[in-house]
Every structure is written in C-alpha cells, then in structure tokens.
Design a protein around this ligand. Structure first.
Ligand SMILES: Nc1nc2c(ncn2[C@@H]2O[C@H](COP(=O)(O)OP(=O)(O)OP(=O)(O)O)[C@@H](O)[C@H]2O)c(=O)[nH]1
Length: 393
C-alpha cells in the first residue's frame, strides 16, 4: 500500500524533493545538490550541540590535565610532559570549533568537512593516552575517551552516517596501530578487550544513527516538499501568485540597492475560453502546462522568476533587464510559442495558439503594485491591438 508521502511524492515527481522521495535513499545519500542542502540543514540543527560539545571537551580535558599534573608531577615527569602535549592537542579541535562557529557561513561549510577529522584526532589521542595507562597504570585505563568519541561521532554533532562510520572506524584502526606499536604481545591480548568494546559501540552507534538519519532525511524531504507546495502552482509547476508577490517586492528592493533595472512581463493566452469550449477543460489544462514550459525556459538566471498569476495569466520577472531587452524577450516568447504550433480550432488569430504580452520596465520610486498595474495596462493594449503581440508600458 502506498503511504501518504508516496502519494504526495507521486504528485510532485517534477520537484527534486518528490523525485528523491520516490527513488528512495536507503544508502543515506541524496542527489548531489540536495545532499549539500541536507548537510547544511543538519549543520544548522547541530550548531548548538557542536558548541556545547566543544565547551564540554575543553572542560573535561582541562580537568583531566589539571588532575594528571598533580598525580604525575613527581612520579613520572617524562610521561607528564608527553601527556600535557597530548591533552593540549586534544583541546585544539574544541577551540577550533568555537572559532568556526563565529565565522562566516562560507567558512563553516568548508570547516564542516574537517569536522570528522578533528573528531578522529581527539579519539586517536584518547586511545593513545588509554594505551599508555594500560602500560604504566592499568587501574587507570578507563577506556572512556575513545569510546565516548566513537559514540559522539554518530550523535549530536551533525555528521552524516557514512562520515560518522568512517570516523569511528578510523579511531578504532588508529587505536590498533598505536597499541601494536606500544604494547607487548601479552598486553596486546588484553587490549583486544578494549577493541571489542569499541567495535560494539560502533555497531550500536551505527545502527541507531542509520535509523535516526533515515527519519531525519525523510522529514527534511517532506518539509521541503511542503514549502515547495506553498510556493508553487501545482498544475504548471511555476511559482504561484503568493510567492510571485513576495519575489516582486524583494526583487525591487534588490534593484533599488544595486541600482539595477527590472522588467515585468505579463502574459495571457489568447482566446483561451474558446479553446476550453472546443477541446474541453483537460485540454485547456494541458495547454497551460505547455505554455508554462515555454515560459520557464525564459527564466534563466537565479533571480528570474516565471509565475502563474491567474487562470491563464502568467508573469515573467527579470532582474537586471532593461526595457529594450525585455521587449526582445517578449518577442522571443511569442516566437517560441509559435514554434510549438499548438493547434487552436477556434482562434481569430490563426490556426495556432497565441498569447499577448504586456511589458513594463521598473522606474525608480515605482511600487510593486504600480509596476504590476503598468504591465497589466500594457497587456490590455496588446489585446486591443489585435492579440498575438506585445505592447510596452
Ligand atoms: N482549462 C482551464 N481553464 C481555465 C483555468 N483557469 C481559468 N480557465 C479558463 O480560462 C478562460 C479565460 O477566459 P477569458 O478571460 O475570457 O480569456 P480569453 O478567452 O483567453 O480571452 P482573451 O484573453 O481576450 O483572448 C475561462 O473560460 C476560464 O474558465 C484552468 O486552470 N484550466
């Protein structure tokens, strides 16, 4: 039986979120663009935990260092010196994470790639210290450090499953390498108990993390899909009137700040009622979808927006586009529609579907409503001028 999510995903298979929900993500990996978005989302969610984790690391390691300096000050000064260096090195990632937190988000994205490496570094040092304790003071070899970091790599810190698994496995591997270099073969046999404990923690952590991340990914996709539904017209896949109104205001703010031109094209299919009456409503819907495809192909730059603003009314918002360029684009839209040669059995303009376009270039000081009204008035003139043409405000 299909779940509700699957039915929604089926309806929205044209969106990256719907496609991903349908194709599944058992290996806990999305398509590249979506994967980057998910990692940013995970990082945002884990930011507080990362900071708290860094503070905890500094406090705990600092505490250990303080106690160890009083414990070994006279008994083993050489080991104390090495231990101090190791503890200070363990504290470096904590400081690094706190510094990264206050940095620009671009730096954070790069820094997050290094996050698992920092974790491995702290874990390997913890393993090294525990191994030394096994040699010099077996009663103090608690084996907490590396074990804790294996668990932490799977939880709280916003590291994805595969990276966490690689980090945890690297800590165990480094532990084995260091142990084989330091321990005698008799001690090594005892050390395998620590290794089996680490492996157990890895397995428990990996299984729990897999289940948790799977539902995190599902929630992420469903949430994104809901956002997409709120901003888009379900039939055409173009932006809906609500998100168009928001985008228009934002675009004008940006244009005012950067002193850039803005153009608005309002487009209306000609004789659409007659098309519906002759071929039926479903054919009318199919025409809306075909015209939307044509229009979407003219929304080429990141700030361009193609929207369905009414039944058979559309808008094309173009930032950094002046009046002249906008008229060229209006002509190209009409040509692209003519090229499709979609038969219209009841059009006074000819055998094929046509459209009319109103073009308005934004004037400084003009509000979003005034720009829209100007484009609407131009569209009215295009209709009056015999349709299948564009008119400029
Ligand atoms: N199939 C379909 N028809 C729609 C939809 N939304 C609006 N319409 C129809 O679009 C038609 C618009 O008719 P009019 O406003 O008279 O426009 P027109 O026939 O294109 O006339 P001109 O614009 O002057 O060329 C109406 O018959 C609406 O029922 C829709 O989502 N699907």
């Amino acid at each position: 039986m299909l779940t509700l999510e699957h039915q929604s995903a089926e309806d929205f298979r044209d969106t990256p979120y719907g496609r991903q929900l349908l194709s599944g993500f058992r290996c806990l990996l999305f398509a590249p663009g979506l994967e980057r978005e998910f990692r940013r989302y995970l990082d945002r969610q884990a930011r507080l935990a990362q900071c708290l984790g860094a503070c905890l690391l500094l406090a705990v390691v600092g505490g250990y260092l303080y106690v160890e300096r009083t414990l070994f000050a006279y008994s083993d000064p050489r080991w104390l010196l090495e231990l101090t260096v190791l503890r200070l090195l363990q504290m470096v990632p904590g400081v690094a994470v706190l510094v990264i937190t206050v940095l620009h988000s671009r730096v954070r994205v790069i820094a997050n790639q290094l996050f698992p490496l920092l974790l491995v570094m702290v874990g390997a040092i913890a393993a090294r210290i525990d191994i030394q304790y096994e040699v010099v003071q077996p009663e103090m070899a608690f084996r907490y450090g590396a074990g804790l970091l294996i668990v932490c790599s799977f939880f709280f810190l916003g590291i994805t499953f595969w990276r966490a698994l690689a980090s945890a496995a690297a800590i165990i591997l480094l532990d084995l390498i260091i142990a084989s270099m330091i321990l005698s073969s008799a001690d090594m046999r005892v050390h395998w108990i620590s290794v089996s404990y680490y492996v157990l923690l890895l397995v428990i952590g990996a299984v729990s993390r897999y289940v948790h991340e799977y539902s995190q990914r599902e929630q992420f996709l469903v949430r994104k899909l809901l956002g997409w539904v709120a901003e888009h017209d379900a039939m055409s896949g173009l932006a809906n009137r609500r998100s168009f109104d928001t985008a228009l205001k934002q675009t004008l703010l940006q244009a005012r700040r950067d002193r850039q031109p803005v153009a608005l094209l309002l487009l209306d299919l000609d004789n659409f009622k007659a098309y519906n009456d002759n071929l039926g409503h479903p054919a009318g819907d199919a025409l809306i979808r075909q015209f939307s495809e044509v229009l979407a192909s003219f929304s080429r730059r990141p700030m361009d927006l193609a929207a369905r603003v009414g039944g058979e009314e559309f808008a094309l918002l173009l930032l950094n586009c002046d009046a002249q360029a906008a008229q060229v684009i209006a002509g190209q839209v009409l040509a692209a529609l003519a090229e499709r040669a979609i038969a219209h059995p009841a059009s006074a303009q000819g055998p094929h579907v046509t459209a009319s376009i109103g073009v308005a270039a934004w004037r400084h000081g003009q509000s979003a409503e005034q720009l829209y009204q100007a484009a609407d008035a131009a569209l009215y003139h295009a209709k009056q001028a015999g349709k299948n043409c564009y008119a400029a405000a």
